[in-house]
Design a protein around this ligand. Structure first.
Ligand SMILES: *Cc1c(COP(=O)(O)O)cnc(C)c1O
Length: 419
């Protein structure tokens, strides 16, 4: 380990915000998956689209495709420039996964995809469904009775539980969510209203996942959606790449050598930002630069990559608590799969303190009238390090990862927590 890594780790250990650049980048990155894997996931989502449109009428306008808008937030750029004393004139975009239909967070990508994939596997194996069928038959007998006998389980800090709980319940699965200490009360209540079994614990995310995995593996009728290891989750997220490409084209945003794209993604265990980074790199190659945002107390992916030890290291090894108001990012050990895939693909990671989350949350509401949850604000903290050196023709894109389902009273509380 060289001196600069040692210095970095000392800062991390002290709980100081840091910005780390990955020196192991390659072009192309060494991925274990291909564009064909992403195309397979896209095709699967298309097969389910008619059923989704029927079962979730809010998706009827997009024909059952779960997608979010891309917004220009130049008013937020101007406010950031002013407050940070850092004038930058780059185009600033917000990818609105906070407003993804069905579950209001980025987990409506990978989480829902993983449930659909498993459903298809079960129904194909039972001879109850064929690729060429109209998938609306999923809501008819004998499929409904068949799925009611099946179980799903997942470990979550909240949002993955919501996505899998809502989609699992809609398909008829008996769903159990093993939820960690961070989970907001309203998320647990909403799940119970959907008929989901919520197993609460006072432990962290890693322990909740372990408890869910052990219980599910002991039951032959239960399938565990494993956020620490799942290829399906990762590929479900990766579909975002092609979708964003089309939205950028429609908005007249060019991405090439002269017009690079910088993307800032909040990171928990890594599946969401990792899958999206994979999808983006497949399309834009070295012209897209992706950075992950993590809380100073839970920088699991930064530690995984900077030490080169992947999921063998935990934030706890560095004396960090894992406790943060960014509930979706309260993860102390990174996904092994994603740490491996990002090793030569991710441009860097940075950390921020909780109080900064609420400053951004408030500024985004003030400048653009957009209200998102604390975790979803983390990406904004990367701009100050990137803007001075990205050149005037670069586009900056902050990925907003959640907030669509936050109750108004809770949002009011968040809005009063800024400095
Ligand atoms: C889960 C989540 C993330 C990060 O996704 P991971 O797959 O855990 O890395 C970011 N923001 C929000 C709001 C989330 O719920």
């Amino acid at each position: 380990m060289n001196n600069s890594t040692k210095e970095l780790l000392t800062e991390i250990q002290k709980g100081e915000p840091v910005f780390w650049r990955n020196l192991c980048l390659t072009d192309p990155p060494a991925f274990s998956f291909s564009a064909a894997d992403v195309a397979t996931a896209e095709a699967r989502l298309k097969r389910f689209a008619p059923w989704i449109a029927q079962r979730f009428p809010e998706t009827a306008v997009t024909g059952g495709i779960i997608e979010s808008p891309l917004s220009d937030i130049s008013a937020m750029r101007d406010l950031l420039s002013q407050k940070d004393g850092l004038p930058f004139k780059n185009r600033l975009l917000l990818k609105r996964d906070d407003s993804l239909p069905i579950s209001g967070s980025v987990k409506a990508r990978g989480g829902i995809y993983a449930v659909l994939k498993h459903t298809e596997d079960l129904l194909f194996a039972a001879g109850l469904l064929d690729k060429h069928d109209d998938y609306r038959k999923i809501s008819t007998e004998p499929i409904t009775s068949f799925l009611r006998g099946k179980k799903l389980a997942v470990g979550s800090t909240g949002n993955l539980g919501l996505s899998i709980g809502i989609m699992g319940a809609a398909l008829g699965f008996q769903t159990s969510v093993y939820i960690s200490r961070e989970a907001r009360a309203w998320k647990k209540q909403l799940l119970r209203e959907k008929g989901v079994r919520v197993v609460e614990s006072e432990q962290d995310y890693e322990a909740a996942v372990a408890a869910g995995r052990a219980a599910s593996n002991a039951d032959p009728d239960s399938f565990f959606i494993d956020d620490e290891r799942s290829e399906d989750l990762y590929l479900g997220y990766a579909v975002a790449g092609n979708r964003l490409k089309k939205q950028l084209d429609d908005a007249g945003v060019i991405v090439d050598a002269a017009h690079p794209l910088y993307v800032f993604l909040p990171c928990g265990v890594g599946g969401g930002p990792g899958g999206i980074t994979f999808g983006l790199k497949l399309i834009f190659g070295k012209h897209v630069h992706c950075f992950f945002a993590e809380p100073t107390q839970a920088p699991c992916m930064l530690l995984a990559l900077a030490t080169g030890k992947g999921s063998e290291v935990s934030a706890a090894d560095f004396g960090l608590s894992g406790i943060t108001a960014a509930d979706g990012l309260a993860v102390t050990r990174a996904s092994e799969l994603v740490a491996r895939e990002m090793r030569t693909a991710l441009d860097g990671c940075f950390t921020l303190r909780d109080d900064a989350l609420f400053d951004y949350l408030h500024m985004l509401d003030e400048s653009c009238g957009i209200r998102i949850e604390p975790s979803a604000c983390a990406g904004f903290a990367g701009i100050r390090s990137v803007a001075p050196e990205c050149g005037p023709d670069a586009t900056l894109l902050v990925w907003s990862t959640g907030g669509g389902m936050v109750p108004p009273e809770e949002m009011e509380r968040y809005l009063h927590m800024y400095n």
